[in-house]
Design a protein around this ligand. Structure first.
Ligand code: CA
Length: 229
């Protein structure tokens, strides 16, 4: 396990780093908000322990910046006793947990383990391809962190395509899967539904091209971001 600790108070950083290393947990420490953001955005950490008051850039801004650009590394915030509003803001911004100072390192480690177990359970319910993210439990969709308001049918259609990026599905396959019974294959239900999804995504995305590609004479596929042309 590898943790990024962003904390400017040397005394706290020292005991946390020592506690982690004693237990075989690799830790990278950084005491500045700007540098912390760059390290966090670079990825490669199982979790981030993030102080709120930091020189350079504060913890809440780091957190919102990471979530906005699609970085979902689990984050536990370290908060001072009087920072209740910050804790609430932090959870709203996408923190996975918080721990009030002062704390014991054992408590921090226990919280990190619990957080990672919880997050890995939640991740199984998440489908992410490129900028689009579907939560199959809450049935919420988001594009680059911004919510996309899809109907149940639209959600099912895009989920079907997203499960196999790059694979082409015929209108008949989509009809059978999403509408569930035999329609006249000449119906334009699929095309209309896809147009609506494209419009909704285009409404919040700066991207010109739609993630749903038309394959002439065959059907549709979800753009595979690993196969950029
Ligand atoms: Ca601080």
């Amino acid at each position: 396990m590898k943790i990024l600790l962003v904390e400017d108070e040397q005394r706290i950083a020292d005991f946390v780093c020592a506690g982690f290393r004693e237990r075989g947990i690799a830790v990278i420490h950084c005491g500045d908000g700007n540098e912390g953001y760059l390290l966090a955005a670079g990825g490669g950490y199982d979790a981030i322990v993030l102080d709120i008051m930091l020189p350079g850039r504060d913890g809440l801004s780091i957190l919102s910046g990471l979530r906005r650009c699609g970085n979902h590394t689990p984050v536990i915030l370290l908060t001072a006793r009087n920072e209740l509003d910050d804790r609430v803001d932090g959870l709203n911004l996408g923190a996975d947990d918080y721990l009030a100072k002062p704390f014991f390192v054992e408590e921090l480690i226990a919280r990190i383990h619990a957080m990672l177990r919880r997050v890995s359970g939640e991740r199984q319910n998440l489908l992410c391809v490129g900028e689009l993210r579907l939560d199959r439990i809450s049935r919420e969709a988001s594009w680059a962190g911004q919510s996309v308001d899809l109907t149940g049918r639209e959600f099912n259609l895009i989920e079907y395509l997203m499960r196999s990026p790059g694979r082409v599905f015929t209108r008949t396959q989509i009809l059978e899967h999403v509408w569930g019974y035999d329609f006249d294959p000449s119906t334009n239900l699929v095309d209309v539904c896809i147009q609506r999804i494209r419009r909704k995504i285009a409404g919040i995305s700066s991207c010109e091209t739609s993630p749903i590609e038309s394959v002439r004479g065959v059907g549709y596929r979800y753009h595979d971001p690993d196969k950029e042309h």
